[in-house]
Ligand binder design. Sequence first.
Ligand code: HEM
Length: 148
Amino acid sequence: MRSLLFAFALAAAACGSKQPRTPTAAPPPTTPLYDRLGRLDAIKAIVKDFVEERVAKDPRIRARFATVDVAHLEQMLTEQICEATGGPCKYTGKSMKDAHAGMAITEAEWRAFVEDLVASMIRFDVPKAEQDELIGKLATMHDDIVGK
Ligand code: HEM
């Protein structure tokens, strides 16, 4: 009797194992943008190129940055991008409202700034999807920066 029960239990278990699995949607790829950009060294290089080779030479906005502490600005932008993209940094600078208060930055200046950043990303071979993703994250700051 015991061996019959055992055989029955085995059969039931085998039967159970043939149950089809409930289909579940494959999870989306979750590699943080931070990693896809190439992590901290890549972000630092992009920011340096952006500040020193694009913004500082862009007649549309360079006057805004004439007296700015370049090393500090690069450090702040690096921390900010690192944090916003899921990296291990903590942004230690001012809020975007405070940093740009009283500047009355225009839409045209905003566009120039974004175009310069895209140019730096292209120079460092950042794929279009990642470019768009970073710009999308920064776009959430638009209303704290423009027209204040
Ligand atoms: C996505 C857009 C932008 C981001 C993420 C951004 C980010 C920052 C950050 C992190 C700082 C440093 C804050 C600190 O020192 O604690 C800063 C400062 C500054 N930003 Fe922006 N910014 C943006 C757009 C602009 C635009 C469009 C302009 C003007 C054309 C501008 C002009 C400045 C200037 C002049 C400073 C230096 C302020 C100072 O030293 O007191 N920013 N920005």
